[in-house]
Design a protein around this ligand. Sequence first.
Ligand SMILES: [Zn+2]
Length: 266
Amino acid sequence: MEALSLAPEETDVFLTHLHSDHTGNAKELQDLGCRLLMGEKDMNYLHRMDPSIRNSRMLREGMPQEILTEVISNNPGRRYAPVPFDAETVQDGDRLSYGGYHLTCLSTPGHTPGHFCLYDRERELIFLGDHVLFDITPNISFWDGMEDALGTYLESLKSMMDLPVKYALPGHRHMGGISMRDRIIELLAHHDARLDEAERIVCEHPGINAYDLAGMMTWRIRSRNWAEFPPGQKWFAVCEALAHLDHLVLTGRITRADHGDIRYYK
Ligand SMILES: [Zn+2]
């Protein structure tokens, strides 16, 4: 900010979503005088986030307690959790104008419940946050109060397909050598293939739990096998598998049932 001669009291900071790698020092910026803006749903989630809800679901979905304990103690999202802050909230379609740039707030739930992108129609420029990434696929997980995170995400992707975009600016890594539209087509195909894979594993192993199923899915990771996955990566893999299982259940392709403390898929 110093290098760009930005005065904090004249600087607005737009938080695309609640993840700590996007909000970790929001409070410090606010204390310097920056104005913070964010989608209302994610702001509310930050205020009432209760990790025990996610943790108890992970146990029910078959994650061993010792792995969960290790994940919790080393969770960077918790270690670098943002200091609580209050941001002004935006709604879908709100417009923000700065120095000739007119940005429309686009509600794009899925990666998080209240994710937003900022779109400049005139310049055909979009700030994507983690909604569309080019080198990696955005992590899709499950959220308390959100029945079908993956289905919601796929709808958000489709809603942006026909947006004229020349400059697609993702929140991680590179802009990619393809158009946003082509990347969206790739992401939709990716999740179709993942849904098919999860469904096939359930059919081949009726009564499987989500933790074991995650271990049978294909992952691009250096670990040789599921046992060697670092616990934190197991957490992400199980969350991603659950997003797909939730969608398969809600679209009637598979069923689930609870027996005692464990949930099984058929
Ligand atoms: Zn994120």
